[in-house]
Write a protein that binds this ligand. Structure first.
Ligand SMILES: [Zn+2]
Length: 100
């Protein structure tokens, strides 16, 4: 249901789904170790086990995709002036929230 560009992407998506209590598995992950011809249609991706959860899974993936694109620059805390990594929403020194 999700076609990933890289194994890492596929694994991250699978992790996000698992966190959302959606059972899933990676497909095509053993491509590099496969012997001989690859079966047709065996693309790298993520397959969920319960098809009724697909809509929910798509939401999770969309959220994950958005979050991934929102990697920000470092920012400076208004409370203490500490430089904070862009992945963090709170100052790790004084706990102040990131200025919006
Ligand atoms: Zn601070």
């Amino acid at each position: 249901m999700y076609q990933a560009a890289t194994v890492v992407d596929a694994q991250l998506v699978a992790d996000a789904l698992t966190e959302a209590d959606i059972a899933c598995e990676l497909t095509g992950q053993y491509l590099s170790g496969a012997i001989g011809e690859l079966p047709p249609g065996d693309v790298l991706g993520v397959r969920i086990h319960d098809a009724t959860l697909e809509a929910r899974a798509r939401e999770v993936i969309a959220d994950w995709d958005l979050a991934r694109k929102r990697v920000r620059d470092d920012w400076f805390c208004r409370g203490c002036g500490e430089q904070i990594g862009g992945a963090f929403g709170l100052c790790w020194k004084c706990g102040a929230a990131e200025p919006v």
